[in-house]
Ligand binder design. Structure first.
Ligand code: GTP
Ligand code: MG
Length: 365
């Protein structure tokens, strides 16, 4: 470490031996000393792990039949601006008559069907608590959402978390539809919201821009059909929504918890392939066999294709929000993948507990 500190000093950086180093610093130092430093992302590492089991996540896309799929929409926005109410309103507008008032399962994502230009179109909504899960998913490299619906309360206007959500959507390069909510309130000023967002590069169509703004009131259920229409128009205009339907399922765990009677319960979104009851799956460091799959109405489903969210029972542990999952050939394979991932995570958290890569630990590798 002492001589590395000296080398860093020669490079013009004052560091201590126990200080964390950025990737750039490590690359520079490596080059300076004639080493080829490789920064390996957790995703790359996981791909290598899967390769040991002859699993290639990309092979599925290349070989299989592509079908059109539902757009996946995440609702984001500032606290109390009405995200949950809006999701409730969308869902209520789509609950089949007779089912209303029945027991609807809380599931972290659901799919609705919307009549659009003479067709029955499915739209998947992700109902996550705030940006946390979204950030976690992006951090893990799992692009889950196709469209972000940005909810802004017309009586409150653009707020810090509105901007945060906007930046998340921009960073993920996802089209945004703005739902200007609470327009039923006397103090609502929906035009002000449009003006405010102009400063952040979201210019409404009626102002000559290309972002769709829709006035809604989630509580009394106003403007919901128009919002769904805008979502589908955005999807059709800017997205190629296809996915392979054959082959073992791959996707993302949206949320999961331990249920008293049912054990680990996970809401998963299938992204590729088809998930079937009885499949062996691994989600993050959890594995198991799909004992049952339930839809948003609590009905058992036998299989789920791309963009379909389902509640999965049968995992031996609770995966994290944003963990990817995949179905594999047998119980043994998924158990081994889960065990190796767990071992890796333990090692990583041990390394983290000792600090990130520092000059002291660098030469131990
Ligand atoms: P967090 O999850 O805490 O970030 O809030 P949220 O964005 O999910 O807001 P939520 O849906 O819980 O709504 C917040 C409050 O605003 C609730 O009291 C709703 O009843 C009210 N509200 C939501 N939409 C409307 C609307 O369209 N009109 C009126 N008048 N009130 C609304
Ligand atoms: Mg909420």
């Amino acid at each position: 470490p002492g001589s590395l500190v000296q080398e860093m000093f020669n490079l013009g950086e004052m560091v201590t031996a126990t200080q964390s180093c950025s990737d750039e610093t490590l690359l520079l130092l490596g080059e300076h000393l004639g080493f080829d430093v490789q920064i390996v992302s957790p995703e790359d590492e996981d791909r290598e792990l899967l390769a040991q089991f002859n699993i290639d996540l990309d092979a599925v896309v290349a070989e299989e039949r592509l079908v059109s799929r539902a757009p996946v929409v995440t609702v984001m926005g500032h606290v109390d601006h009405g995200k949950t109410k809006l999701l409730d309103a969308i869902r209520k507008a789509n609950v089949v008559a007779g089912e209303a008032g029945g027991i609807t399962q809380h599931i972290g994502a659901y799919q609705v069907h919307v009549p659009h230009e003479g067709e029955d179109r499915a739209v998947t909504f992700i109902d996550t608590p705030g940006h946390e899960a979204f950030t976690a998913m992006r951090a893990r490299g799992a692009q889950v959402t196709d469209i972000v619906v940005l909810v802004v309360a017309a009586d409150d206007g653009v707020m810090p978390q509105t901007i945060e959500a906007l930046n998340h959507a921009k960073a993920a390069d996802v089209p945004i539809v703005v739902a200007v909510n609470k327009v039923d309130k006397p103090e609502a000023n929906p035009d002000k919201v449009r003006q405010q967002l102009t400063e952040y590069g979201l210019v409404a169509e009626e102002y000559g821009g290309d972002t769709m703004f829709v006035n809604v009131a989630a509580k009394p259920g106003i403007g919901i059909d128009e919002l769904l229409e805008a979502v589908l128009l955005t999807a059709d205009a800017s997205l190629e929504l296809t996915a392979p339907i054959d082959g073992p399922a791959q996707g993302v765990a949206i949320e999961a918890h331990l249920d008293k009677g049912r054990g680990a319960v996970a809401t998963v979104l299938v992204q590729k392939g088809t998930l079937r009851a009885g499949d062996s799956i691994v989600a993050g460091g959890a594995h198991g066999r799909v004992r049952a799959m339930l839809d948003e109405n609590g009905n058992q489903v036998a299989e789920a294709g791309p963009a379909r969210p389902v509640l999965v029972l049968g995992l031996t542990a609770v995966p994290g929000a944003g963990d990817t999952f995949l179905a594999a050939e047998d119980d043994r394979t998924v158990r081994q993948i889960a065990e190796q991932r767990q071992a890796r995570r333990r090692a990583a958290s041990f390394a983290n507990s000792r600090g990130r890569a520092t000059l002291e630990t660098l030469m131990e590798q």
